[in-house]
Design a binder for this molecule. Structure first.
Ligand code: B4P
Length: 321
């Protein structure tokens, strides 16, 4: 696994030049921190002004693969990782809301609905290890939006890497605080915060980086993904249009999967990808921004509308709806 030791400065330097030369469009947002008084779930609401020049959310246009032929100005590393050290490229996000937001993209075309491989997971984890910096309190999160209801808009397989906002404690951080790593068994379910509305499956990661390898990551991912996928079998009668979709989030401290039923709430005019399910909410409509900042409890309802009901306290064979 060869991630350059100076990866953090490679990303910073590329970001500075792409920003200065107009190769990427940083989207300035107004941000507000708030908390749901009922669930205690912390939110960071970022509001994107209207009339932003960015392609609308949707599927990849027929015959186009912007991540397959990326701009040189956005390419931090063209080839690295995997057995041949050529499996991935690291790109800057062309439309970031948070500076230095990067994408880990497969060099060979794979689809965004494909499962993550052990190598995808280990490469992502190693990137987190190389970028997190305890001295400066820098933390990062990797996420994967998979399936039509997950909030993903580009079909070429890509994971995303974001620096977490400073001093932002997610509900997953609280849930895992002080807990040791474990793998779920028939008797031990993944962690789920009973207070939040939506189903989610979380495992604390081992404290020591050295114990994290492809096998461990794959076992964590498969065990929580399996639980997320049961919802699609159980709900198919009720909604035959349901397509397997989920958000995966990985930090050095925890891994989380959230099954998704919808990308967007038409009534509330707001959509979410993985970032929403750790409390980072992006709004593009002034009215929606005012509504949810005045009444953050609403977010819990919309996250449920776009996910599935929380199953905390139930065993997998009891998810019977
Ligand atoms: P997808 O997984 O397909 O979709 P997404 O992240 O949900 O972004 P999308 O574009 O659908 O959503 P939104 O407007 O809400 O990822 C595709 C990624 O590739 C996107 O990040 C996109 O920007 C990027 N991209 C598209 N064309 C590209 C190109 N030619 N070269 C390089 N990159 C390209 O999100 C707007 C932006 O904010 C996105 O960057 C999103 O990741 C980010 N974001 C959303 N919610 C956020 C939050 N709460 N906090 C911080 N960032 C957030």
């Amino acid at each position: 696994m060869s991630i350059p030791a100076d990866i953090a400065s490679l990303i910073s330097d590329k970001y500075k030049s792409a920003f200065d030369n107009g190769n990427l469009k940083f989207i300035q947002t107004e941000t507000t921190k708030t908390k749901d008084p009922k669930t205690s779930m912390p939110y960071l609401i970022s509001h994107m002004p209207s009339l932003i020049e960015k392609p609308e959310r949707g599927q990849t246009p027929e015959g186009e693969d912007p991540l397959g032929k990326p701009e040189e100005e956005l390419t931090v590393i063209p080839e690295f990782g995997g057995a041949d050290n050529k499996a991935y490229k690291l790109l800057l996000n062309k439309f970031p809301v948070i500076p230095e937001h990067t994408l880990l993209v497969t060099n060979e075309y794979q689809h965004q609905t494909d499962a993550l491989t052990p190598t995808d997971l280990l490469t992502a984890y190693k990137l987190l290890c190389a970028l997190d910096n305890e001295e400066s309190d820098k933390r990062h999160m990797v996420f994967y939006n998979s399936g039509p209801a997950s909030g993903s808009s580009l079909d070429h397989k890509h994971l995303q890497i974001l620096q977490m906002p400073e001093k932002f404690v997610t509900f997953q951080d609280r849930l895992c605080n002080g807990k040791e790593h474990f793998l779920p068994t028939f008797n031990t379910e993944p962690l789920q915060d009973a207070k939040v509305s939506f189903a989610h499956f979380v495992l604390p990661m081992p404290e020591s980086e050295e114990t994290v390898d492809e096998d461990l990551l794959a076992m964590c991912y498969i065990s929580i993904l399996q639980r997320a996928l049961t919802f699609f079998q159980d709900w198919l009668n009720e909604n035959p249009e349901l397509k397997k979709s989920y958000n995966l989030m990985l930090t050095k401290e925890w891994i989380c999967v959230v099954p998704r039923s919808k990308a967007f709430s038409d009534e509330m005019k707001i959509g979410f990808n993985s970032t929403g399910y750790c409390g980072m909410i992006l709004t593009k409509n002034d009215e929606v921004f005012s509504k949810i900042t005045e009444k953050p409890e609403l977010i819990n309802d919309i996250l449920l509308e776009c996910g599935f009901p929380n199953t905390s306290g139930q065993k997998p064979n009891e998810y019977n709806y």
